[in-house]
Write a protein that binds this ligand. Structure first.
Ligand code: ZN
Ligand code: ZN
Length: 258
């Protein structure tokens, strides 16, 4: 199984996961036209995509989901509460598959383990995903205010993790956002900062972790170099044999072998 982050950040998120038999999108927070364009650019046939897995209802995660589901005639995998609050934006969906956080399920040969995280949404899901017959797991852990015990447990399992590193705390505090928004971003239902991402890894770094993709970086309150360098410094200190990537808003990552 391999993964490629097509876009990441507050202007839209979309991840392409491609297994031997089944490929899916995780979130579709850009317009269908834009997502089709990116797939064309990276030379990935749209008809290979068999479903869209939805993390939560914020528009940077679901903007194009309904249109893609209808256009590609593929199911939406979404928990019930998220579907309900996203209903108007999703529109008519040809096929719905509901999952519940905490209950593993399979979609074709993909094993999906959705779990709850604290965020200002109705029932956010993060995911561990693996492919039948293979031990390696992908973790998708973005859009959370802080790492709960459950998140720490889940973080010990993946070989590749897409991990939120949303803001630099000083840039956020001294930046242009209004106070209510600053508070929202750094609050318990907001987003993980660069330092929170490092502190989380301090606790859960394991030999099996081969790839870290820093994701959902704020364009206003973060700089890719800042997030990358501070994480790289930490990994060096721990002598971790781990590749580090940055997921960008306007440029897909390379393929990463999970
Ligand atoms: Zn988001
Ligand atoms: Zn969100």
């Amino acid at each position: 199984m391999k993964v490629r982050v097509l876009a990441s950040g507050s202007k839209g998120n979309c991840i392409l996961v491609s297994g031997e038999q089944t490929s899916i999108l995780i979130d579709a927070g850009l317009s269908m036209r834009k997502i089709k364009e990116i797939l064309f650019e990276i030379d990935f046939p749209v008809e290979k995509i068999k479903a869209i897995l939805i993390s939560h209802e914020h528009s940077d995660h679901i903007k194009g989901a309904g249109a893609i589901a209808r256009n590609f005639r593929i199911p939406l995998l979404v928990n019930e509460a998220t579907y309900r609050v996203g209903l108007r934006r999703f529109g008519r969906i040809p096929e719905l598959i509901h999952f519940e956080n905490g209950q593993k399920f399979t979609f074709n040969d993909l094993l999906i383990d959705p779990f709850s995280v604290p965020h200002d949404s109705v029932d956010s899901s993060c995911f561990l995903i693996s492919e039948r017959g293979y031990p390696h797991k992908l973790g998708v852990i973005t859009d959370l205010g802080y790492p709960t015990m459950l998140v720490k447990e889940m973080m010990k399992k993946p070989s590749t993790v897409i991990l939120e590193s949303n803001h630099d705390i000083d840039m956020l505090i001294n930046g242009p956002y209004q106070w209510w928004l600053k508070q929202r971003v750094k609050g318990k239902n907001g987003h993980l900062s660069n330092i929170q991402a490092i502190e989380l890894l301090e606790e859960v770094l394991h030999d099996g972790l081969k790839n870290i993709v820093l994701a959902h970086l704020s364009e206003v309150n973060n700089k890719p170099d800042l997030a990358f360098n501070s994480m790289q410094r930490f990994l060096k200190e721990r002598q971790a044999m781990c590749n580090l990537f940055i997921a960008e808003q306007y440029k897909p990552t390379e393929w990463i072998e999970v």
